[in-house]
Design a protein around this ligand. Structure first.
Ligand SMILES: Cc1ncc(COP(=O)(O)O)c(C=O)c1O
Length: 374
């Protein structure tokens, strides 16, 4: 297998645990096992008595049931539990695509969404973001024109990493219509779903509204539990899920039992966790509003209506990787430069963690000392 290094994950591997402050994480604030277990009476005792044998390849039936409760039409039979979201992205492509298949990928994107199909030999067409008056948009007419008789799948991610863009219900239906007309699979990475800043921005999961829709979810982002390494893939097309389940026997076989148990507790109590994490987002967003208002000559941002991340445009002459390295070196604040996504002139910020106010304060110190003219 010939696959390119994952630029974003390489960057985090090098910097994530040495930077003193981080302004760019895409996960919400984590919690301890003790805090998580305290959400449910009797959970601590059950956790201590958990049997550490192998678990079911598809995931524990109770966990699959809890996951299916997030959806309207998807049932537990349609769900395969995996390791994080990275494993289902990898497995879906490996198990369901062949070399010479054409795929369309919303771009820029989390790299595995295009690098894994590329490594199989698929022809990749990028459906690129267009900024109109500083607002990220994806042109549906352009998408229609990209479809050919060989198009096997459209890869989407909404709410979108890195731009913060989120499809409207109308856009979503239009994409499903295009896919249905040409019998194309829609593979949607929905790891930031359920973190819509207002309920009116919620759209259905692609696996619920399209018979050939595939939805990927995870405990890492919206729920703030990346250490569990529990994610899933859901589709009402049973062939797609079965192909992946067979392939999974070559990667992880089954999931970590303690993680499955803890994910089940978290999902049974997901409304409490969602409320907690949305509160953090709503406390952090006004700080960025104030910051970008104060420094509007230097930066502009698209304030998203969903998810924990946003993309910031730099209005001064700089190279984004150099800029991020300078900020890291001088103030120990981690930013995610856009060249990680093969795009110039932006950096990604995150606002799902309680440590954001201090990290933003430190970044402001850098801005005042280095970017403001005397
Ligand atoms: C859009 C997207 N998909 C998938 C992943 C991978 O998630 P996990 O780390 O839970 O495997 C990430 C992580 O940053 C992501 O942003």
């Amino acid at each position: 297998m010939n696959i390119k290094p994952f630029k974003l994950e390489r960057y985090y591997t090098i910097h994530e645990f040495s930077a003193k402050y981080s302004l760019c994480n895409s996960d919400c604030e984590a919690m301890t096992i003790k805090e998580l277990l305290s959400l449910e009476k009797g959970a601590t005792d059950k956790f201590h008595n958990l049997w550490l044998g192998y678990t079911e390849t598809k995931g524990h039936p109770r966990l699959r049931k809890e996951i299916s409760n997030i959806y309207t039409k998807v049932t537990s039979e349609d769900v395969l539990v995996c390791t994080g979201a990275q494993e289902p992205i990898f497995l879906f492509s490996q198990a369901n695509l062949k070399s010479q298949d054409e795929i369309i990928v919303q771009s820029p994107c989390y790299q595995s969404l295009h690098s894994v199909p590329e490594s199989i030999g698929c022809k990749i067409q990028k459906w690129n973001v267009k900024y109109v008056n500083n607002i990220p948009t994806f042109d549906l007419e352009e998408l229609k024109k990209m479809v050919t008789s060989k198009t096997k799948a459209i890869y989407l991610n909404t709410p979108h990493n890195p731009t913060g863009f989120h499809f409207s219900k109308e856009e979503q239906l239009a994409i499903v219509e295009i896919a249905r007309t040409h019998n194309i699979i829609i593979f949607c990475d929905e790891v930031y779903r359920e973190l819509e800043h207002k309920s009116e921005y919620t759209i259905p999961a692609f696996a619920d509204i399209y018979e050939n829709g595939v939805s990927v979810g995870v405990m890492s982002k919206t729920y703030g539990l990346p250490g569990l390494r529990i994610g899933w893939i859901a589709s009402r097309n049973s062939k797609i899920i079965e192909n992946i389940a067979i392939f999974k026997e070559y990667t992880t076989i089954c999931n970590a039992g303690p993680s499955e148990f803890l994910a089940e507790v978290a999902l049974r109590n997901r409304n409490k966790i969602l409320e907690r994490n949305l509160n953090i987002v709503h406390e952090n967003l006004p700080l960025f509003d104030r910051f970008f208002e104060t420094y509007q000559d230097l930066f502009s941002w698209y304030k998203p209506n969903a998810g924990p991340i946003a993309f910031v445009k730099m209005k001064f002459d700089t190279e984004d990787m150099n800029f991020a390295q300078t900020v890291l070196h001088k103030q120990s604040v981690l930013l995610l430069p856009s060249s990680i996504y093969d795009l110039q002139g932006y950096f990604r910020i995150g606002f799902g963690r309680t440590t954001i106010p201090e990290a933003l304060k430190q970044f402001e110190v850098f801005v005042i000392q280095n970017l403001l003219k005397a």
